[in-house]
Ligand binder design. Sequence first.
Ligand code: DX5
Ligand code: ZN
Length: 231
Amino acid sequence: MIRNTVHRIAPSILSADFARLGEEVRSVIDAGADWIHFDVMDNHYVPNLTFGPMICSALRPHARKADGTAVPIDVHLMVSPVDALAQSFAEAGADLISFHPDATSHVHRSVQAIKARGCKAGLVFNPAASLDVLDWMIDEIDLILIMSVNPGFGGQGFIDSALRKVEQARRRIDASGKDIRLEVDGGIKADNIARVAAAGADTFVSGSAIFGKPDYRAVIDAMRKELAGGA
Ligand code: DX5
Ligand code: ZN
């Protein structure tokens, strides 16, 4: 069984100050972010509109640690259709690109197109979506992203039934024997992150809980402490 026991914290810049995005990305990386989560909304698949590939490309040089190591940009596409934008994000320097299976007509083809462009590919599951598509797709993907809020907005409350879905996804990953990241997105804070990890997640998106506080490092450190078992 392959299990990613290294926990990753992926701050969502959806809750960052859009007037200072490059600086926000640098600050949150200095504060200990492992990935930068980049929420793309199209006012069609979800009722909100954010940023596109040009912003991703502008931010790419800012997503580096002090020693120059690149920090992965984790693009979460909440768009329909998927393929043209996925290609643009691959060209804009995205490292991982995830999409919602119900947002494309041909899930397998969309995954292959992402991987053919050198990116890791992920599938995203809304709170009411079943994991059935994984019966056919688990051998093709690098990441499963479980939504613990309905997509479209930051700052919503965590939906508890997501924990059961994380457990199911963890069982599927373990049965596959593959090295697949299990990420959870929505309503994650220091006070619930340990429960999400206990359900089997290894990667944690957090927007408002981090960017809503003045000291990003304090929040990320508190999350890591919880992940390490508290106290
Ligand atoms: C919601 C986005 C999330 C969001 C999480 O559609 O996919 O990534 O930014 O924000 P919080 O952590 O505030 O729920
Ligand atoms: Zn997201």
